[in-house]
Design a protein around this ligand. Structure first.
Ligand SMILES: Cc1ncc(COP(=O)(O)O)c(C=O)c1O
Length: 409
């Protein structure tokens, strides 16, 4: 349940933090994490979540994951650093990502973290590290690529029927201090219908790796790509039905349970959700600054932007909190952002009362929003956690110097 936003609360926050800000509800994130985890565990108890940092790498959120025993799924040196600075122990970090810096790979491997190999070009570096540090066990994973019937030819990982897959497995099997801990696959399409094929593809790859190469990965990670909770208005625009966590778990985790039913050392099932846990835990608030009429069209401008919410081509779930003077009834209003892009429209065809000083509140801004906001025209706004009675500043508003100290003037 989201906290009710009164005009007194929003006016108070805008006085302190400016006329636009993100409102985080970290409790919602925690609830989603637990619920998703329990849903999969119901079918297959050896289950864990590696949270996808790229979706929303807010330290408070990744620390919740860590506290709940989840892993960090990172895809760059930057995200690796976020995990380490957030206090995540390296053994609980999994590094995916197609391009990795050699020195950082070495650092994570020597600390006991897992590096998932995405292409054959990575093996020379790993071989050198293994030879230079024979007393260390290096934990690696292999990213697997197979058809799940979603119509996408993914660019990630190894074609499990290809030559490079054979090479990477033989390479791992040939070096005694390299340990295959992980098989991983990720597919971007979020429809549950592809999750049976995901699980089947992973299970048959596991069987092949055990039988043909004598390797026994401890974790089978079938990636992210799960829809989070959203209101009906958003679902209908995305053309999706009321999908639950169980729609994924019942397809994938059940197959794992059947496959490993008589097995005493069955592997762990991992998933890498981002949106499923973060999507509905953040709202974006922005004050209406101007209302004008241009050739018969009413246009209301806010100090936020479409760039803040990342949802485009749809009307995001939005409510208005009235606070301005002179409320008037309007029809077919375009609510637009601060940038100079004609297409910076946050909401089309708004019908209802509106005034300068009202706030728009856009829901479901927790995933791919904050992390994808470019420093375009204005720095980004503050992020505030509104759980409980205290307001916690998660990220202060960015300043000019935050963005420009890397330039030479
Ligand atoms: C490797 C990997 N895992 C997990 C995710 C998270 O995806 P989602 O937010 O759809 O769960 C992504 C997203 O791009 C990804 O690339």
């Amino acid at each position: 349940m989201s906290k009710e936003l009164t005009i007194e609360l929003l006016n108070g926050l805008s006085e302190r933090f400016g006329n636009a800000f993100y409102l985080l509800e970290s409790d919602n994130f925690e609830q989603n994490f637990k619920e998703l985890s329990n849903t999969f565990k119901k079918y297959y108890p050896k289950f864990n979540i590696a949270y996808s940092y790229k979706t929303n790498y807010t330290p408070k959120l990744v620390q919740i994951v860590d506290r709940l025993g989840g892993y960090a799924e990172v895809v760059s040196e930057m995200e690796l650093e976020i995990a380490l600075r957030s206090g995540v122990i390296p053994a609980r970090i999994i590094w995916n990502g197609p391009i990795k810096k050699s020195e950082k790979v070495k650092e994570l491997l020597l600390l006991g973290g897992t590096v998932n190999i995405d292409s054959i070009y990575e093996i020379d570096n790993i071989r050198k590290i293994a030879e230079s540090y024979p007393e260390h066990i290096l934990n690696v994973g292999v990213r697997c690529n197979y058809d799940v019937g979603d119509g996408v030819l993914s660019r990630f990982g190894f074609d499990v029927d290809g030559e490079d897959f054979d090479k990477v497995m033989k390479f791992i099997a040939s070096i005694s201090n390299i340990h295959l801990v992980n098989l991983q696959a990720h597919f971007a399409k979020r429809s549950p219908e592809f999750w049976t094929a995901r699980a089947e593809g992973m299970l048959s790859t596991y069987d092949k790796v055990v039988e043909k190469y004598g390797l026994k990965p401890e974790r089978l990670d079938i990636g992210g790509g799960i829809y989070g909770k959203m209101p009906e208005s958003l679902r209908s625009q995305l053309g999706i039905s009321n999908i639950s966590y169980d729609d994924y778990a019942s397809r994938a985790a059940k197959l794992f349970a059947e496959h490993f039913k008589d097995c005493s050392d069955a592997p762990w099932l991992f998933i890498e959700p981002g949106s499923a846990v973060a999507g509905d835990c953040m709202r974006f608030v922005s004050r209406i600054e101007t209302i004008k009429n241009v050739r018969g069209k009413t246009i209301a401008t806010v100090i936020g932007s479409q760039k803040n919410i990342s949802m485009s081509g749809i009307n995001p779930p939005m409510t208005i909190v009235a606070g301005g003077q002179n409320q008037k009834q309007y029809n077919d209003v375009e609510i637009v952002g601060f940038t100079c892009i004609e297409g910076d429209v946050l909401h089309k065809n708004y019908n209802g009362e509106l005034a300068i000083g009202d706030y728009i509140v856009i829901q479901n801004c927790g995933s791919y929003s904050l992390v994808m906001k470019p420093p375009f025209i204005l720095p980004n706004f503050a992020v505030l956690d509104i759980n409980g009675s205290e307001i916690e500043v998660i990220k202060r508003a960015e300043s000019f110097d935050d963005l420009f100290h890397t330039f030479s003037f």
